[in-house]
Design a protein around this ligand. Structure first.
Ligand code: FAD
Ligand code: FES
Length: 276
């Protein structure tokens, strides 16, 4: 019988987002930026994938930032310091790799995406790559990880949809202005993590500017080992499984229409679980 993974620290970042530091020494030792874990909060929760937002091999800890969107993420949000997460499997997925010519990488993060972006841009910064970030939220109270990102980025812009803080507008509005400024400059790359519509919009924008772009796809995942087919996506007309081939893919080759369609597969069941 599993003893679970102890929650050493819990911090509320926004009204719907918590950061958890979990004791998971084996995972912490093997983790690389961009990888994720699949957790089962307790026996009444489904398995849900969450990105490793930080890891400390010396302390044996893994940090995750979880946004409450449905039944299981809410059960996760209700856990307390000193409590346990029943199962945690990982690290899963391929670590992030910047393109070979990247001299400036612009990270774009929406919602929990800002947390998922953090280990990626920190690692690039540590490798001497120039990094900038553009993060977005509905309004000021939903902005996360500004301090952490600010410490590893040469330039950080925070956008809010309602203009209550920082740049007023979507991350794509801000990215467009930056791409205009950088027009003609070689070696610019973009990496985007966040809601599917945001990543799709980023992909459309950067394609127009011929800027290589990776997105971290978040399809429905079940086993996380490439066996069930739940996370099937089509990239460059080839079938890929995001849990083992991704989560990062060439944004300009992703079939986003299929991703959106497949993301709604269990909409009725999710609504019923939320209402229960
Ligand atoms: C690789 C990856 C990394 C992720 N990282 C994070 C993260 O760091 N922080 C975070 O808050 N969220 C992250 N997510 C999204 C997170 O997994 C979903 O929000 C969560 O599964 C929702 O479950 P629920 O029961 O609370 O909501 P539900 O009501 O069941 O679903 C709400 C929405 O979440 C998505 N979803 C539901 N079940 C799954 C599933 N098993 N796999 C993937 N998506 C699902 C669907 O789009 C669904 O419409 C990640 C997803 C993936 C694939
Ligand atoms: S989650 Fe089952 S194949 Fe990827």
């Amino acid at each position: 019988m599993s003893q679970g993974f102890r929650i050493l620290k819990k911090e509320r970042l926004t009204p719907v987002t918590n950061r958890f530091v979990l004791e998971a020494p084996w995972v912490a030792r093997a983790a690389r930026p961009g990888q994720f874990v699949i957790v089962r909060v307790h026996e009444h929760g489904e398995r849900i994938p969450v990105t490793i937002a930080d890891f400390d091999p010396a302390q044996g800890t893994v940090t995750v930032v979880v946004q409450e969107v449905g039944r299981t993420s809410k059960l996760f949000g209700a856990l307390t310091e000193g409590g346990v997460v029943l199962d945690l499997v990982g690290p899963l997925g391929e670590p992030f790799r910047a393109g070979r010519g990247g001299k400036l990488v612009i990270g774009v993060g929406g919602g929990f995406g800002a947390a998922a972006l953090y280990p990626v841009v920190r690692s690039l910064h540590q490798q001497g790559v120039k990094v900038e970030a553009i993060i977005g939220a509905r309004s000021r109270e939903f902005v996360i990880l500004e301090g952490e990102l600010g410490r590893v980025c040469e330039r950080l812009t925070t956008c809010t949809d309602d203009g209550s803080y920082g740049f007023r507008g979507f991350v794509t509005d801000c990215l467009k202005l930056r791409l205009e400024e950088l027009k003609g400059q070689d070696g610019v790359e973009v990496v985007a993590v966040g809601p599917m519509p945001m990543m799709r919009a980023v992909a459309g924008l950067t394609a127009a500017y011929h800027v290589p772009t990776q997105v971290s796809l978040d399809p429905i995942m079940i086993d996380g080992t490439g066996m069930c087919g739940g996370c099937r996506v089509t990239v460059a007309s080839e079938v890929k499984f995001a849990c083992v081939d991704g989560p990062f893919f060439d944004a300009h080759q992703v079939d986003f229409a299929e991703c959106v369609r497949r993301g709604k597969m269990y909409a009725c069941e999710e609504a019923a679980a939320r209402a229960a």
